[in-house]
Design a binder for this molecule. Structure first.
Ligand code: NAD
Length: 424
């Protein structure tokens, strides 16, 4: 349970975390202040209150946002999050991270993010459908295949994307498949999209392990979060021969130094009524805080923001952190991890496999021609590997860590576009 769900004000602000790294990279690049000022803040912030008739006949109002950070490289792109933790600063940070992420993997998009403050676990399918359709109507002038293209994020899935495509298509009077990505296959989704983020995390982990001289069969790994990103990352990293010794979800952590059978955990979740690890017997039950500090070689935070902070960074034992989640490390924790010599493959690089295959989905929608899974995976793996190598080269060139290197690569790219265009 996160701080906000407990009614406690969160101590860390992801927008401040984003801006601290941005400022550091801008200084190294020597970027003109007037360009930095444009990119430091979002281009557009749309807020809406969505009234929804609940199943019991009452009307409830939901707070909703869509933030477009940048459209300099192309239409803006970014997921929609359904969570009680949603707040405007978080959405602004996530939107900016999308800009940097797309630039780092050379996907021709800008960055955006959406969020609705709600608890999807407590809502019926009908209530979620009415909320999603209401949100689409409220954002009809923001969304568009050449304007702004949403996708799933925490608390949303292919089903919400299907409702958005349907509602938006009604508004424009024709099927508009390319208005969202992460759709069900039958509605123009792409093979490989569901696994894409976790697959990219695996490719990033593999690339970093090669640089650090870590042999998969002699390596242990802990994964926090067992949703789309965490579960697929754990499964694919285990397939490299790495031993997964810890996994977790919102219900708690599970530790087994002899190795957790990830496939068993996956089927346990699939068959549990709340689709959680609660009661999983494949490891000793521990807390999420303990999980992050377990003895292991690789740590993959793949749940949510602000998990590695100045309070626990010093006790992290992993040599390599690969950020499956967005913003799992606060800016102040970076220095501590640096000092300990831990390599961090940052979120805007490590979890960019999702947006890469979202881009492939959009391309396929516009071509009306669909690729095989093998083609999708091959192209996505190539992008992820090349992007890792580019960021690694930048980290060596500038003598900075991988996070700042990723910001340098992406800010430089977006700022160059801004300079050439002059405004927008
Ligand atoms: P999800 O909703 O499928 O899964 C989230 C997981 O985190 C669940 O297992 C949940 O139980 C767990 N969790 C939630 N709160 C927790 C807490 N306080 N402590 C420990 N575990 C907790 O979401 P997802 O799509 O896997 O996204 C996870 C992260 O990855 C988010 O930061 C998201 O922005 C990021 N991300 C997702 C994608 C994607 O394609 N889905 C792409 C890029 C980045």
């Amino acid at each position: 349970m996160s701080n906000q769900q407990n009614g406690i004000t969160p101590r860390y602000n992801p927008l401040e975390s984003m801006q601290k790294r941005f400022d550091e990279a801008v200084k190294i690049l020597g970027l003109d202040e007037q360009f930095a000022n444009v990119l430091r803040v979002p281009n557009k912030v749309v807020a809406a209150n969505i009234p929804v008739t609940m199943d019991d006949g009452t009307i409830k109002v939901f707070e909703a946002y869509r933030v477009v950070h940048s459209s300099h490289l192309g239409p803006s792109k970014g997921g929609i999050r359904y969570s009680m933790d949603v707040n405007l600063d978080e959405v602004k940070a996530l939107a900016a991270w999308m800009t940097w992420k797309c630039a780092v993997v050379n996907v021709p998009y800008g960055g955006a993010k959406g969020g609705i403050k709600c608890n999807p676990r407590e809502m019926s399918k009908g209530e979620l459908e009415r909320l999603t359709r209401g949100y689409t109507l409220a954002m009809r002038n923001v969304f568009g295949p050449d304007q702004d293209i949403p996708a799933p994020d925490m608390g949303t899935s292919a089903q919400e994307m299907a409702w958005i495509v349907d509602e938006y298509s009604k508004i424009v009077g024709q099927n508009a498949w390319a208005v969202v990505t992460g759709k069900p296959l039958i509605l123009g989704g792409s093979l490989g999209r569901v696994e894409a983020t976790g697959r990219g995390v695996m490719v990033s982990t593999r690339s970093a392990m090669v640089k650090l001289g870590m042999k998969p069969t002699e390596t242990t790994c802990v994964v926090q979060g067992f949703g789309n990103v965490g579960s697929i990352s754990a499964k694919l990293i285990a397939q490299l021969g790495v031993k997964i010794v810890g996994i977790s979800d919102v219900t708690g952590g599970y530790y087994n130094p002899d190795g957790i059978n990830v496939n068993e955990a996956l089927s346990y979740v699939a068959n549990s009524p709340l689709r959680s690890l609660d009661g999983f017997k494949g490891g000793k039950n521990i807390s999420n805080a303990e999980l992050l500090e377990l003895p292991c070689d690789v740590l993959v935070p793949a749940a949510m923001e602000d998990q590695i902070t100045p309070e626990n960074a010093d006790r992290i034992k992993a040599k390599l952190i690969v950020e499956g989640a967005n913003g799992p490390t606060t800016a102040d924790a970076d220095a501590i991890l640096n000092k300990k010599g831990i390599m961090v493959v940052p979120d805007i690089l490590a979890n960019a496999g999702g947006v890469t295959v979202s881009y492939f989905e959009w391309v396929q929608n516009r071509l009306g021609y669909y690729w095989t899974e093998e083609r999708v995976n091959r192209r996505a793996d190539r992008v992820m590997k090349q992007s890792f190598d580019n960021v690694f080269a930048a980290s060596e060139k500038y003598g900075v860590n991988m996070r700042i290197a990723a910001y340098l690569v992406s800010i430089d790219k977006v700022a160059s576009t801004l300079k050439l265009r002059g405004s927008f």
